[in-house]
Design a protein around this ligand. Structure first.
Ligand code: GLN
Length: 544
């Protein structure tokens, strides 16, 4: 078996476990090792597809069309780990599989139990994901939740068994905790001591400890933690508050020798490290000059996680084009009610003009009227506009309503009885009752039309991006849309579906049916995000 590292968390949630696990992955990749990242989620949902973005944040889609937890997005941004359906393991999947096997009689009449049947299923899934790619050297398994949670117990038990079976040098436990500051400068280690004890009660002795703390822990504090937890002082690291970007975290850990200590414990010969891409990224971060204000017009504006990959990709675009991207979150409902968009988006807005508008993906009718208004405003005022999935459909609806003059133009998702269904289900989809069956999910090819903004960005005839949608640009309206000036900038290779549209005579108005945000990285911004931000920057400069 490959080497495996389990990353667990204690004390409380939201300590940045996903980012810490990803940073460790980035450092090991810097040492030339191939890393495979796996997320174990203790919830009972089979996947994240049905979860509300309000509660759980965005649904991250993999190449093979799995709808997964947003942590996989972190793995994708920090590492080159292969990511597919098998890299996301939920309690729901595990129980579903075990119950199915039980019904099929595959347990030969035995009593089916959490240990060993559920834990075996977890172990098999981890091993399967680990072996799917023969080149994997190290598997990093992040266990969701906090030690002590009832839900996490089977995952921790599976980890205990795997660590025992693999042997200490082949399997590590990395535990993340919080060091709170009760009074100015007074850091408390007790919650960390208890958290490690909780791990020990599960039968797991953590090998490495990452402490979330306001400042880097001094030697005495590390010695103290080490004394109480059986962890070597040189294996106690700090994830301290950084005021730059989360993407500096790999370098923060590198300075503390996190990767070296991990390699030593796994008895992997230390090798040359190359973190050039991370240093270059930080240089770009520091060299940014000026700000562009990007208005994100959506309906899940209160929870940052709901559009996490979009926000991150905009930041990547800013790194690549040398500007700070200010995110202006605009609830589409607010635009719906207003007659004065200039007062919210234009130069009259209290905080100043919006330099670019992005309408992200989404489902359901609510807010779409406001999004159409935002699209029309950006089109008429020649403000860069980027429509992603729903955002592209909005461009088409706006074109139908405001250029072709069909006041009721809509998607049949929002108005099933519209006379101008410019976005609709394909004929073969209409009778399918099971919604899950009609969703277009995962990576597929699009053919890009030369001479378009899209081509200028990708510089390629064929591109491969991920989809997650049900409705399509209606082919009934393709000719009239083209004749009235809307550009179709990409189609599926068989030409049956429209994949992207663009505005004519406009600095940058691009809508894509796919989700380019899932593949953008801080070290390599998605080309559309780069060029959208560049257009916003240039538009702002031209305004003076
Ligand atoms: N609701 C639209 C559809 O199903 C768009 C989906 C999305 O933006 N991800 O086609």
């Amino acid at each position: 078996m490959n080497k495996v590292i389990f990353v667990s968390g204690g004390v409380c949630s939201s300590l940045g476990k996903g980012v810490a696990a990803s940073s460790l992955g980035a450092l090991l990749e810097g040492r030339g090792l191939n890393v495979c990242m796996i997320k174990c989620d203790p919830y009972l949902n089979v996947d994240a597809g049905t979860m509300s973005p309000y509660q759980h944040g965005e649904v991250y889609v993999t190449d093979d069309g799995a709808e997964t937890d947003l942590d996989l997005g972190n793995y994708a941004r920090f590492t080159s780990s292969p990511l597919s359906r098998s890299n996301s393991i939920t309690t729901g999947q595990v129980y579903e599989a075990v119950i199915r096997k039980e019904r099929e009689g595959r347990y030969l009449g035995r009593c089916v139990q959490v240990i060993p049947h559920i834990t075996d299923e977890i172990k098999n899934r981890i091993l399967y994901a680990a072996h799917e790619d023969d080149d994997t050297d190290i598997v990093i398994v992040e266990i969701g939740g906090t030690v002590g949670d009832i839900e996490s117990i089977p995952f921790l038990e599976a980890a205990r068994q795997l660590i025992h079976e693999a042997g200490r040098s082949n399997a590590l436990s990395v535990h993340l905790t919080l060091i709170p500051e009760v009074a100015a400068g007074e850091l408390k280690t007790k919650p960390t001591q208890h958290s490690v004890k909780a791990m020990q009660e599960q039968g797991i002795q953590p090998d490495l400890l990452i402490c979330r703390a306001p400042v880097i822990l001094d030697e005495a504090t590390r010695q103290k933690i080490a004394l109480f937890t059986n962890i070597d002082p040189d294996a106690v690291f700090t994830s301290y508050n950084i005021d730059t970007t989360i993407y500096e975290l790999p370098l923060v850990f590198f300075e503390q020798k996190l990767d070296l200590v991990a390699l030593k414990k796994m008895r992997i010969e230390s090798r040359h490290t190359d973190l050039t891409c991370w240093y270059t990224m930080m240089e770009k971060f520091k060299a940014r000059k000026g700000t562009v204000r990007i208005g994100i017009v959506g309906k899940y504006m209160d929870l940052h996680d709901a559009y996490q990959s979009v926000y991150e990709a905009l930041f990547h675009g800013g790194l690549e084009t040398g500007v700070v991207v200010e995110l202006v979150k605009i609830d589409a409902g607010r635009l719906e009610e207003s007659d004065n968009l200039d007062g919210i988006l234009g130069p009259d807005a209290p905080e100043g003009r919006i330099d670019g508008i992005l309408v992200p993906g989404g489902f359901g009718q609510r807010g779409t009227k406001g999004m159409v208004k935002a699209s029309a405003w950006a089109r008429i005022h020649k403000i860069p506009y980027f429509g992603i999935c729903l955002g592209m459909q909005i461009m088409v609806i706006d074109w139908g309503r405001n250029v072709l003059g069909w006041g009721d133009a809509d998607s049949t998702e929002f108005d099933p009885s519209t006379k101008h269904p410019v976005i609709s289900l394909l004929d073969e989809q209409v009778d399918v009752r099971n919604y899950g069956g009609t969703m277009r999910l995962g990576k597929s090819a699009s053919r890009v039309e030369p001479g378009t903004q899209l081509f200028a960005s990708y510089q390629r005839d064929f591109i491969y991006e991920r989809h997650r949608h049900r409705y399509e640009f209606s082919n009934t309206y393709r000719t009239i849309m083209i004749e009235s000036g809307l550009r179709i900038s990409a189609l599926t290779p068989d030409k049956s579906l429209v994949e992207a549209v663009e505005w004519p005579d406009h600095p940058w108005g691009v809508g894509v049916q796919f989700h380019p945000e899932f593949t953008s990285k801080p070290t390599a911004a998605g080309p559309l995000f780069r060029d959208f931000i560049a257009a916003a920057r240039d538009g702002k400069l031209a305004q003076g």
